[in-house]
Design a protein around this ligand. Structure first.
Ligand SMILES: [Fe+2]
Length: 428
C-alpha cells in the first residue's frame, strides 16, 4: 500500500497484528514486547517537555501555589511580579517550603525549618542565616524549573536537558498574534494521564457526549462512535514530526463512518431491534443532516507531550485545546483553554477576561461538554491502575488509532519520567 503518509503506514504495520479484523499487508508479527512498550512505561509522563500548569491570574504577586507535576513536588511563587518554580524540598533535610514559604527578598526563599536561603531563579544556596560562612553557599542548591508565561498560561519544563523552545510542545496557532486565549481553572481528574491523552481523540468515545447538556441543548447527536473507513485509514490520521511544532497527528473526520442508529441483532431467528440515539430520534433526517454538515467538519489533533486540539469547537473560529498534565500515577490536571481569532486588543480582552470567552467557549465546553470526558477517564481508571488493564484490554478494530498513537508517542517523546526523578534524583 503506497501512501503519502509514511509515518501512519509504519504505525499501522507495527500495530495491525494486535487488532482484530485488520488485514494489513506486511504487518509485523506480534512480539512479546509490545511496540508501545514506552507508552506502558510512561506512567508518570514524558520527561524533558513543557507542561501548562496554571492560569497566570491564579498566581498573585507575593502568592504561591503547590503543584505536583510528573510526581515532582513543585512550589510556584510570584515575587516582584516575576513567576518562579522551585523544587518543594529543602536540600538540607527535605523540608517542604510550601508549609510556610518565607521570602525575605523578592529573589530568595528561606526554609522555615533551619533557615537555608536559596535563590529563586537558579536554586543555589545564597546563605545560611545561622552560618553565613558555610562552604555550601553557592555550591549546593535545589532545582529551579524553567518557567514561561505566555498569553495568561504558566508553563513549566520538567527535565534535565536545555529546554527546547516552548513552541516545540504547544500546538501551533497558540502563539499567533491575532489569537487570544481563554483559560479555565485546571482541575484534578483521578485517572492516569494516558487515559486522557487517548480518550480525547478516541474515535469510539463520542457516545458519551449524548449525555452532555451542551449536545442535548444544541441537539447535536454525537453518534455511536466513529470508525475509520478501513481503506482510508492511511488518509485518516496525518502524522507530523517536524521539530517545529509538537509531534502529533490530526484526524480528518471526513474519512470516518458515523453511526446514529444501529441494530441489536435478534437471537434464534428473531428480527433485530433498531436503536437510535435519543437526540437523533427526536429530529427529522433533514435536521440531522444539517447538523451533521455543520458539526463534523472538525479537525482533531493529538500532540506531545499531552495535548489535544479540536478545530473548530464549539463554534467556527474557536479552537478547543486541552492538556492532560501528569500529576502522579493515578491523577492528572485537566488544563483547558479556548483560542479565538480576534481583531483588536478590546476583542482580545473580551475573549480572555470578559464575557465572550465565557459564553462561546468556557460555558459550553470546559464547564459542560468535557465533564463527560473527565468522567469517562475516571470510569476506566481502576481497570488500568489495579486490574492489569494495559494487558487485559480487549482491543476492537477502531482502537488501532489508539495503538498507533501509543507507538508514535513513545517514538517521539524526549524521555520517560522515572520514580527516581520524583525522589529528587535529577540534574539541578
Ligand atoms: Fe470527548
Amino acid at each position: 500500500m503506497a501512501s503519502n503518509n509514511p509515518i501512519a503506514e509504519d504505525l499501522i504495520r507495527r500495530t495491525a497484528a494486535y487488532v482484530p479484523d485488520m488485514d494489513f499487508e506486511g504487518a509485523d508479527r506480534p512480539s512479546r514486547e509490545k511496540p508501545w512498550a514506552k507508552w506502558l512505561e510512561a506512567e508518570l509522563g514524558f520527561r524533558n517537555h513543557w507542561y501548562p500548569t496554571q492560569a497566570s491570574r491564579n498566581l498573585a504577586n507575593n502568592g504561591q501555589l503547590s503543584v505536583k507535576l510528573l510526581g515532582e513536588d513543585i512550589l510556584m511563587l510570584r515575587r516582584g511580579g516575576r513567576a518562579f518554580a522551585i523544587e518543594d524540598r529543602c536540600c538540607h533535610r527535605g523540608t517542604r517550603f510550601s508549609v510556610r514559604p518565607i521570602c525575605y527578598t523578592d529573589d530568595t526563599i528561606t526554609c522555615w525549618h533551619h533557615a537555608f536561603t536559596f535563590n529563586l531563579d537558579d536554586g543555589r544556596i545564597r546563605t545560611l542565616l545561622n552560618d553565613p560562612n558555610s562552604s555550601l553557599v553557592g555550591r549546593r542548591g535545589i532545582k529551579s524549573y524553567p518557567i514561561r508565561e505566555v498569553k495568561g498560561v504558566i508553563f513549566i519544563f520538567i527535565g534535565d536537558i536545555q529546554p527546547p523552545p516552548l513552541e516545540a510542545d504547544v500546538p501551533s496557532g497558540f502563539f499567533d498574534e491575532d489569537v487570544a486565549i481563554c483559560v479555565a481553572d485546571p482541575y484534578v481528574v483521578n485517572a492516569n494521564w494516558r487515559l486522557g491523552s487517548e480518550g480525547g481523540y478516541d474515535p469510539g468515545h463520542h457516545f458519551i457526549h449524548n449525555w452532555s447538556k451542551y449536545a442535548i441543548n444544541a441537539r447535536i447527536p454525537m453518534t455511536f462512535g466513529w470508525t475509520s473507513k478501513k481503506e482510508a485509514l492511511l488518509e485518516t490520521c496525518l502524522y507530523e514530526s517536524t521539530g517545529k511544532g509538537p509531534s502529533g497527528f490530526t484526524r480528518i473526520a471526513a474519512e470516518t463512518n458515523m453511526a446514529m442508529s444501529a441494530i441489536i441483532p435478534g437471537r434464534n431467528g428473531d428480527s433485530g431491534t433498531e436503536v437510535v440515539l435519543p437526540i437523533a430520534a427526536g429530529q427529522t433526517q433533514a435536521e440531522i443532516e444539517m447538523l451533521g454538515a455543520s458539526n463534523y467538519a472538525t479537525k482533531v489533533g493529538a500532540w506531545l507531550p499531552c495535548s489535544l486540539t479540536v478545530d473548530p469547537w464549539p463554534f467556527p473560529g474557536v479552537v478547543h485545546n486541552e492538556y492532560y498534565v501528569p500529576r502522579d500515577a493515578n491523577s492528572h490536571y485537566y488544563f483547558q483553554c479556548g483560542w479565538a481569532k480576534v481583531n483588536s486588543p478590546e476583542q482580545a480582552e473580551q475573549w480572555t477576561n470578559g464575557q465572550l470567552g465565557q459564553v462561546r467557549w468556557k460555558g459550553p465546553v470546559a464547564d459542560d461538554f468535557t465533564v463527560q470526558d473527565a468522567e469517562a477517564r475516571e470510569g476506566i481508571a481502576k481497570f488500568y491502575a489495579e486490574e492489569d488493564g494495559w494487558q487485559q484490554e480487549q482491543i476492537a478494530a477502531f482502537d488501532i488509532e489508539l495503538l498507533m498513537w501509543r507507538v508514535f508517542a513513545g517514538d517521539n517523546c524526549r524521555g520517560i519520567q522515572q520514580k527516581s526523578h520524583t525522589q529528587g534524583l535529577f540534574k539541578r
